[in-house]
Design a protein around this ligand. Structure first.
Ligand code: TRP
Length: 346
């Protein structure tokens, strides 16, 4: 190829490369990693890492977990547990940046600065705040300013893509507005992040009614031993119209069928649907087939988790925090500069 060839420039290893879009998402280390987390979020994160198209960062957001009453010893233990589980799930520290939020102090620093451009009234309108605070004797200021810390998580790394569940869209919209307000006042430092919604249909809890959630106690934990996993699945709610085996079921209304859509192949899905609407299978038959689908996915994850040592995980988190800190430090330099903060003596 001649040096004049247009391809020559694109192949030049020294040519400036367009930076990859940055993906950031976080998960709170509360309860245990459950099926809803896996199907709705973590599995998608893994796919994004594997694709390698984006620069991905995933964060265990411990500072968000302290906005409601908690036990310190338990939190510490959960941080470790979540890190192990995430790595076992394919959030591979070799290919992504996996870290713990409070290991990078800039998150809380930026949150305070952003609080200066976040309208109080907006925070009061956040549905999650209203829901989590309702009827509680003690509602912390942290619960109220939770979305400001979440904005800081994202903006600190100038992430443009944020995989989240539907319930976080309002927070993300606030983060976008914060970018506009900040940039308008101080100059173009931040970029507006876009939400990326999971394509997996939303899996409900075992009650079949509300979202699978640790606080509702309607979950199956991802790393639950097989027997207990099956016991929970076996008794999970299905289509309420199917009282006996001879009642035809409505797969589209059944949470178990939603799970089939996530883990069973197309042929199995249509077989399941046919046997359900035709009242040929009982719900337990259908769940047995689902269990096979889960086992196919989960057996390798369990094996990986068994093989992980805590020292390896700690090392990985340390490295992850260091990588994150490098970006965070740069952003904070810009922020302090444009906001007129500090003495410039440091
Ligand atoms: N609030 C998110 C949740 O509860 C967790 C979270 C914190 C997050 N910071 C984030 C998600 C930044 C995405 C980006 O699900």
């Amino acid at each position: 190829m001649s040096p004049e060839s247009p391809l020559a420039t694109t192949l030049d290893p020294d040519a400036p490369r367009k930076p990859k879009p940055r993906v950031f998402s976080g998960i709170q280390p509360t309860g245990e990693l459950h099926l809803g987390n896996w199907l709705g979020a973590v599995r998608t994160w893994r796919a994004q890492i594997e694709e390698g198209r984006d620069d991905t960062m995933f964060c265990v957001v411990d500072a968000h977990a302290i906005t409601v009453p908690y036990e310190a010893a338990e939190l510490r233990q959960k941080i470790d547990a979540f890190a192990i589980d995430l790595i076992a799930c394919g959030i591979d520290p070799e290919k992504t940046t996996l870290f713990v939020q409070s290991d990078v102090r800039e998150h809380t620093e930026l949150a305070w600065y952003l609080a200066g451009v976040t309208p109080y009234g907006e925070l009061g309108r956040m549905t999650q705040f209203k829901e989590k605070g309702e009827g509680k004797d003690f509602v912390s200021t942290g619960l109220f300013t939770y979305p400001v810390l979440m904005s800081a998580d994202i903006l600190l790394y100038k992430a443009t893509i944020v995989p989240v569940g539907e319930d976080q869209i309002q927070h993300l919209e606030l983060a976008r507005e914060t970018v506009r307000r900040f940039n308008h006042r101080f100059g173009p430092v931040f970029v507006e992040p876009q939400p990326r919604l999971s394509t997996t249909p939303r899996v409900m809890g075992l009650d079949g009614e509300s979202k699978m959630s640790k606080s509702k106690g309607n979950t199956i934990n991802l790393f639950e031993p097989k027997e207990e996993f099956w016991q929970k699945l076996r008794t999970a709610f299905t289509d309420p119209q199917r009282l006996t085996r001879t009642d035809p079921g409505r797969p589209e209304l059944c949470n178990i069928f939603t799970m089939h859509k996530a883990v069973s192949d197309a042929q199995t899905q249509s077989e399941v649907a046919e046997n359900c609407t035709g009242a040929k299978w009982g719900c337990v038959d259908c769940k047995k087939v689902l269990m096979e689908g889960f086992e196919r996915e989960l057996v390798p994850l369990r094996a990986k988790r068994e093989a992980l040592s805590m020292s390896h995980v700690r090392q990985a988190l340390g490295d992850g925090a260091e990588k994150a800190r490098r970006i965070a430090t740069e952003t904070m330099k810009e922020v302090r500069e444009v906001m007129g903060l500090g003495s410039l003596a440091t």
